[in-house]
Design a protein around this ligand. Structure first.
Ligand code: FE
Ligand code: CA
Length: 529
């Protein structure tokens, strides 16, 4: 064997070979429902290209989107892939052994999108469990499980979901996701902070940082890709993604803390921040099981959307970052901020406000869930007679909340339930027509979920939480242990279980239910289970 051949062999091992002459029938980013046995070039990989796992998302009655990303060397700028597109096959079966395959096809993994794969599968049956896997060259991915939505209008007797947010990699292990993966769920919602932008140890947990971010505070496209890839290597996160379809939305840390539309937190020109947002959106799309409707177009990414599950539940998934006005009064906690009352300001933009109100008015679902980022209920931070409000959350955009609540009341929306991330604590609230009057009508409920790991271990009872409970009579529960929230809906009631872990600073914590609430159908308000 001469030297040149030997060198080629080395190159083969370093990257992979054989993409030349590749043909694929796949549509860019789209669905290929054509059964495809086209000859693929015979690529071989130095290493497992499926190190970032598999995921599915945005279930419809006839299909889901299946996600993976080819990255044999996930932290390399190329992901360990050559700058060429190639076909990735997928199979969807009724059984985990793939004896009864119901759909297969090929989609293209493009270098421009970091060789991510978003296969929008159709032709599946409603309300069914399916198994899926990908094939790239000789390599086969881990198997994922997913579930389609029930048919539109179909009578559904029970529906189960969980929601989560805020997974700061350095602050703790993602043990909560390991436990979530063994639940029996129809769908998982993620409410934001799926990555954090900080450089190593820029953001410290009280219980100490237990792992380290690779690379500096993220800004370039490569920075964001590598950060998402690092999070996606976590085996617990992979297990939860592989177990259920997810519906994801983002909050601030996918881009920059407390950003608002085109305005960064600090220390950046608007121009630099615009480019940063473009980079962040692209990497977010590349690493999430999102449909082509969410493909970013420069500065814009369409994330607010609805998901309907038979006659049982309709989720309105919001984007309260991309279209909001800048935080009022310098974005702190203020006692007296007149700007927060300005009706020309909005937390989600007037177009999204209309979309939300219209959708809620038209909904035929028994439970109408608004899945979103920041605390919606009035949230007085001060124990004194004065009221101190945080301007990054709905309190800083009070007229947006008033308009939403007016719409809920006037349109007689059935069983409104708000889900919230961001706050790194478990909270449960009654949503009041007048928060300053405890005797006013309760029009719905809000469940704020703790973080997966952000903030570190947390506590069962904390001093701030006691203040919040005392200052806000509509708050019914507070706790800062980490975990996720599980909800079960039937035609007569909703049940919410706060699932918590005693610690996240070590792996292997057990999970338990710390608190449960019941909401009776047609009777807004929290009841102890
Ligand atoms: Fe967070
Ligand atoms: Ca007060």
């Amino acid at each position: 064997m001469d030297r040149i051949t030997e060198r080629e062999r080395t190159l083969t091992r370093r990257r992979f070979l054989g993409v030349g002459g590749l043909t694929t029938a796949a549509v860019l980013l789209g669905t290929s429902t054509i059964n495809s046995h086209q000859a693929l070039a015979n690529p071989s990989f130095l290493d497992d290209p499926f190190k970032l796992g598999v995921a599915s998302g945005d279930p419809l009655p006839n299909g889901v989107v299946l996600w993976t990303r080819l990255a044999p060397d996930p932290f390399d700028p190329s992901g360990g892939m050559p700058p060429e597109a190639f076909g990735v096959r997928y199979e969807v079966a009724e059984d985990p052994a793939f004896q009864r395959i119901r759909q297969r096809g090929t989609v293209e993994a493009m270098p421009e999108l970091a060789h991510s794969v978003h296969a929008e599968v159709t032709g599946l049956l409603p309300g069914r469990e399916y198994y899926y896997r990908f094939k790239a060259g000789p390599e086969i991915s881990p198997v994922g499980r997913t579930k389609t939505a029930p048919a539109v209008g179909e009578s559904v007797s029970a529906f189960k979901f969980a929601f989560a947010s805020c997974q700061m990699y350095e602050h703790g292990y993602f043990t909560a996701y390991r436990h979530m993966a063994s639940e029996d769920l129809d769908v998982v919602l993620h409410l934001g902070d799926s990555i954090y932008e900080h450089g190593p140890n820029q953001y410290r947990a009280a219980s100490g940082n237990v792992r380290q971010h690779i690379g500096p505070e993220v800004s370039s496209l490569f920075d964001y890709r590598r950060r998402h890839a690092q999070y996606r290597t976590d085996p617990d996160l992979q297990a939860a993604h592989a177990a259920f379809p997810w519906i994801v939305t983002l909050d601030d840390h996918e881009i920059d803390n407390n950003w608002a539309d085109e305005i960064p937190e600090r220390n950046q020109s608007i121009e630099a921040f615009r480019q940063r947002r473009i980079n962040a959106f692209q990497a977010y799309y590349e690493h999430m099981p999102l449909r082509s409707s969410a493909v970013p177009h420069g500065l814009d990414m369409q994330l607010y959307r609805r998901a309907t599950f038979g006659d049982m539940v309709e989720f309105s998934v919001l984007d309260t970052r991309q279209y909001r006005d800048d935080q009022a009064c310098g974005d702190g906690v203020d006692v007296d901020c007149a700007d927060r009352l300005d009706p020309s300001r909005s937390i989600m933009g007037f177009e999204q406000e209309r979309w939300l109100s219209d959708g809620l008015g038209r909904s035929n679902a028994r439970w109408n869930v608004i899945a979103q980022q920041v605390v919606m209920a009035q949230f007085d931070h001060s124990s004194g007679p004065e009221q101190a409000f945080q301007n990054d959350i709905w309190d800083g955009y009070k007229p947006s909340r008033d308009r939403l609540f007016t719409g809920l009341i006037e349109q007689n929306v059935r069983n409104p339930v708000v889900l919230t991330g961001d706050v790194h604590r478990n909270l449960a609230m009654d949503l009041k027509s007048d928060f300053d009057n405890p005797d006013s009508t309760t029009i719905g409920v809000e469940f704020a979920g703790t973080s997966i790991s952000s903030g570190g271990d947390g506590q069962d009872t904390d001093a701030s939480g006691l203040t919040f409970l005392a200052a806000n009579p509509h708050f019914k529960f507070n706790n800062t242990l980490r975990g996720y929230v599980r909800c079960s809906l039937t035609s007569s009631q909703g049940r919410t279980d706060y699932r918590v872990l005693p610690y996240v600073s070590q792996p292997g914590a057990p999970v338990s239910t710390r608190k449960s609430f019941i909401v009776e159908e047609g009777k807004p308000g929290l009841q102890d289970a």
